[in-house]
Design a protein around this ligand. Structure first.
Ligand code: PLP
Length: 429
């Protein structure tokens, strides 16, 4: 079975006169005709493209669909709220209900503010932190969205009041030495699977000892790693943190939570938008969180995900292919010996009905059951033995250990040079 994407292609051609670049997003990294670009529906772990090809999806809306597409209880809560209205003159009781839930689940959530996107919420957290400290310089590691303050571009180290310390504690400490009088906060996206809890405890210690705020960007990890996020799993104590994706199973909401004394300063600044008070996503979030808790989904995803990645790695090893998956924090990512093979892998898997988020984190949901994952492993076996046969032997000197070693030497993002984290894996002797 090999899919064709002719209607997707037609639609993409039509968009050329309408929308800059045709569509926004990951199409930039996979060529037209090699991947489906337009989708019409999703259900559980599956999506259908415009040509009616069905896929097991691991992109899952780039993270939000932790329960799978169109989970009936969530959609029913949404439809009930659609009939009542979405944006009101001021508050709605669901604001308080959801804020109470976040306060109970997230250890450091003394106060809660709602926004629409991860970018809006990280921007708000940084603005609140600046107001609290009266200082401007931010040290950052990881992605925090597209707003100006965080827009590092590729390979830039310092932009305006932001410096990327690239998960390198020694670098951070030496930079703090120079900038401490101007420094407001450190904001970091936790990467479970790459750095252990000791790293984050150390980072927290450095922040506290230097009197700067510690902001945890839990947009990806919140409600996925654990209900209370990465901080609950590893017992961290950030001053502010940001939640979004897995909180509401596909409906647009984000939140900044944190210490009362800091959060209350939001009164002195402006971080509000017209749609921040939307009630539909609150209804979705309340139902999503209650299902996550009732069905112990975070734990199930961790178990099923680790097993899946272990089995998938065995297949690549058996076929002597230089690809390994690394699971952490309810998502996984492939590491590949070279870019050509990596690209072929994603396009071959797509043409056989499996969508991975190319060169980025792929997500497992509660709907990815053992049967579905078993079928995916069979397809991987097929692709590794046939389509990737020219790359047999590329597994030599290629292991997760060697990736970790390289990471330790070079910092996190540098391990894969180039735009969007693409590039050959640079093995060091
Ligand atoms: C850790 C993290 N922070 C912030 C963002 C930005 O969120 P959004 O795309 O909703 O603006 C993302 C998006 O992927 C993210 O993963």
């Amino acid at each position: 079975m090999n899919y064709n994407y002719s209607r997707s292609n037609d639609e993409f051609n039509r968009a050329q006169d309408l929308i800059p670049e045709g569509i926004k997003g990951m199409h930039k990294i996979i060529g037209n005709g090699e991947y489906p670009y337009y989708f019409s529906k999703g259900k559980g772990a599956h999506v259908w493209d415009l040509d009616n090809n069905r896929y097991v999806d691991f992109i899952m809306g780039k993270g939000p669909y932790i329960l799978g597409y169109c989970r009936p209880e969530v959609d029913e809560a949404v439809i009930r709220q659609v009939r009542l209205g979405n944006v009101f003159p001021m508050g709605n009781v669901l604001h308080n209900e959801l804020a109470e839930i976040l306060k109970t689940k997230i250890p450091t959530a003394e106060r809660v503010l709602f926004y629409k996107t991860g970018s809006c919420a990280t921007t708000a957290a940084v603005r609140i932190a600046k107001e609290f400290t009266g200082k401007n310089m931010i040290f950052s590691s990881g992605y925090h969205g597209w707003h100006d303050w965080s827009n590092l571009g590729v390979n830039s180290k310092e932009v305006g009041h932001l410096i990327d310390f690239n998960y390198d504690l020694n670098l951070l400490e030496s930079l703090l030495h120079d900038y401490i009088d101007d420094t407001c906060a450190v904001i970091v996206t936790p990467e479970d699977g790459y750095f252990d809890s000791i790293f984050y405890k150390e980072l927290q210690r450095v922040c506290k000892e230097n009197g700067i705020l510690f902001i945890l960007d839990e947009v990806k990890s919140g409600f996925r790693v654990a209900l209370g996020g990465f901080q609950a799993k590893y017992n961290l104590d950030p001053d502010l943190s940001v939640f979004s994706k897995a909180m509401s199973n596909g409906y647009s909401i984000s939140a900044v939570v944190g210490k009362k004394a800091i959060m209350e300063l939001n009164q002195r600044i402006h971080t509000a938008g017209t749609y921040d008070t939307e009630v539909i996503p609150l209804a979705a979030a309340l139902t999503t969180i209650s299902i996550l808790e009732k069905e112990n989904i975070n734990h199930k995803i961790e178990l099923i995900g680790k097993k899946f990645i272990k089995e998938l790695n065995q297949i690549f090893t058996e076929h002597e292919i230089g690809i390994q998956g690394l699971f952490g924090g309810g998502s996984f990512r492939f590491w590949c010996k070279n870019l050509q093979m990596e690209s072929l892998f994603y396009t071959e898997m797509a043409s056989k009905g499996i969508l991975f988020y190319a060169y980025d984190n792929s997500f497992i949901s509660a709907a990815h059951n053992e049967t579905i994952l078993g079928q995916v492993l069979e397809t991987i076996n097929d692709v590794a033995s046939k389509s990737l046969s020219d790359y047999k032997g590329t597994n030599e000197d290629f292991s997760l250990d060697s990736i970790q070693l390289y990471r330790n030497k070079k910092g996190f993002l540098n391990r894969y040079a180039g735009p969007f984290g693409r590039g050959d894996y640079p093995l060091e002797k």
